[in-house]
Ligand binder design. Structure first.
Ligand SMILES: [Mn+2]
Length: 565
């Protein structure tokens, strides 16, 4: 059965013998007891002990001391949709615990990743304690400098430790530390801050209800930072979404309203495409203004997330939303122009763009690579140099690619799918030539990818509303926990074409399958009644008119056709 599948379709479990749930379970590679735990998410079971994180005791002790002495605390967080919610959470959590003198600071993307010493130099002496969020674990020199100013440092981070932890920090809480005994290493930066608060509340014998009501910030960060939605992240995100659906955070509630997201139906998809890009927008576009007397960060997304006053929160959310529209426009304009004028050649390419905010070049690279299917690198001048950002949708490692020419670079970093670098005006020409040459030569070695991972076969009696509803227990869907795809083989009974371009199709099967819908259908297939088809589908609940089960087609082939690659 199904030996005529397209080459890029991978079917995990095709056994016909067992029932729907059993086949689905084995497609997840889980045993009965693991499956039970997976579909019944339990907070007590899944929430790991924060005290197991390295240096937690030291950090909590220092925080309690800071509170007793009424010390001034500075929180320094990363500029993205993990760092900002994390700073907001820590600020709110500490304030709720009775801490009074806290300032927070978020750099812009132009100011760069990591602790920017120039930014905090002037006022650092006003503080006795600095806490980092989602950054700091590699900032050895900066931390040494701050320590020498007489400030204690608690690092909370989730990035890889390079060589060794910063020795001058009082505590380094990072689940990726080699000596970490914590049972899960893929927490987001915000989740690490959440863990610190949880331990602090335990130590101070405070009721943790307030923290539970702010777990929505953890869900936003976990999804935004593309953390794998397995293990503890799945638990945090599941409960975070429950809270988000009735969020007490005025900023998030306002933002959801402005983004036209239906709050009661919010899911990981709405976070990834609705909330996260908006939180990211201000640091991409604005040169942050800092009030030097208080050093209050003026990142408007942070202001939005921490304000308790609804009308103030709504005002901030409106600005955030507006900045996001501007950001979207810039990215689309620049990317469309490149695609029209220069085009992305087979294999991918490097581009230099003038006059764009450096905070959006990663998004332009991402837009180009998504549209072309090839690795794309984008650079723009900042001061004397150019900053670059690249994305690779294929198996080609961007980090290795730029590392090969690191002699031409001022600095660089990143990983397989995304990387950033700085290159001087003098070297940029040669860098682009070499990169473009490499990309052309490696086209064959790293072809375009578009695999469909299909969980299992769906028989017609299995396309029930009950089964469709059951699948919600496998949520939240996202990185490493994709929405299950099913394989359906059937004969077309009728086809209905809808929408302005007639490319929204409904297919009715001659078997007992529920109605099949196909958005952006491939019209060149010219589907006809009586034809045999194989489709990769999601099994969903359609709420449009009452509840019915439906199959949402992701790809489809005719059985007798020579299958496409
Ligand atoms: Mn992060």
């Amino acid at each position: 059965m199904f030996n005529n599948l397209p080459k890029n379709w991978k079917l995990k479990v095709d056994s016909q013998s067992k029932g729907f749930a059993a086949r689905l379970m084995s497609s997840y590679g889980l045993k009965k007891s693991e499956w039970e735990d997976f579909i019944n998410i339990d907070f007590e079971k899944g929430f790991l002990d924060p005290w197991q994180l390295p240096d937690m005791k030291k950090a909590v002790k220092r925080l309690v001391e800071a509170k007793d002495k009424n010390e001034k605390i500075l929180i320094y967080g990363d500029y993205d949709a993990d760092g900002i919610p994390g700073v907001a959470l820590l600020l709110k959590g500490l304030t709720h615990a009775g801490f009074k003198n806290i300032d927070a600071i978020i750099p812009t993307r132009e100011e760069g990743y990591g602790i920017n010493i120039e930014k905090i130099k002037i006022n650092i002496n006003n503080y006795q304690l600095l806490i980092t969020v989602d950054t700091g674990v590699t900032a050895k020199d900066e931390i040494k400098y701050i320590k020498n100013q007489g400030v204690d440092i608690i690092v909370t981070d989730h990035h890889e430790v390079i060589d060794d932890i910063p020795k001058d920090a009082l505590a380094v809480i990072d689940p990726k530390r080699k000596d970490s005994k914590y049972g899960f290493c893929d927490l987001s930066g915000t989740a690490v801050a959440f863990k610190l608060l949880w331990a602090l509340y335990e130590e101070m014998k405070l009721d943790n209800t307030y923290l539970k009501w702010n777990i929505d910030l953890v869900a936003v960060a976990t999804v935004a930072d593309l953390m794998p939605l397995v293990g503890e992240n799945r638990v945090l995100t599941h409960f975070g979404i429950q809270v988000l659906r009735k969020s007490k955070n005025s900023g998030l509630a306002s933002l959801m309203k402005l983004a036209n997201l239906e709050q009661s139906k919010l899911n990981t998809y709405s976070i990834a495409f609705g909330i996260a890009p908006r939180i990211n927008a201000p640091s991409r576009l604005q040169k942050e203004r800092v009030d030097s007397s208080t050093m209050q960060s003026e990142n408007i997304a942070l202001t939005m997330l921490i304000s308790d006053d609804y009308s103030q929160a709504f005002e901030s959310a409106a600005i955030v939303n507006q900045l996001n529209s501007v950001r979207k426009q810039i990215v689309a304009n620049e990317a469309e122009q490149i695609m029209k004028e220069t085009k992305v050649p087979k294999g991918g390419a490097a581009f230099v763009i003038q006059n764009v905010p450096v905070g959006v070049i990663g998004l332009i690279a991402s837009y180009l690579s998504q549209n072309s299917g090839w690795p794309c690198l984008v650079m723009t001048p900042v001061g004397e140099d150019l900053r670059g950002s690249g994305r690779s949708p294929t198996d080609l490692s961007l980090l290795s690619l730029i590392e090969k020419h690191s002699k031409l670079l001022v600095k660089f970093g990143g990983h397989k799918q995304a990387a950033g670098w700085t290159v001087s005006q003098n070297n940029v020409g040669q860098f682009c030539r070499l990169i473009n040459k490499d990309l052309q030569q490696q086209t064959e070695k790293y072809p375009k990818k578009n695999y469909l991972n299909i969980n299992t076969v769906l028989f017609d009696h299995e396309g029930s509303l009950e089964n469709a509803k059951f699948l919600s227990q496998l949520e939240p869907f996202g990185v490493d926990n994709e929405k299950p795809l099913f394989l359906v083989e059937t004969i077309i009974d009728s086809v209905v074409y809808m929408g302005q371009e007639r490319n929204h199709i409904k297919i009715f099967s001659s078997d007992n399958y529920p109605e099949m819908v196909w958005f952006n259908a491939d019209l060149s297939l010219r589907l006809a009644v009586g034809e045999k088809i194989i489709a990769a589908v999601y099994l969903e609940v359609n709420n449009f008119r009452g509840e019915i089960a439906q199959l949402n087609i992701q790809d489809l082939v005719k059985v007798n056709e020579k299958n496409k690659d």
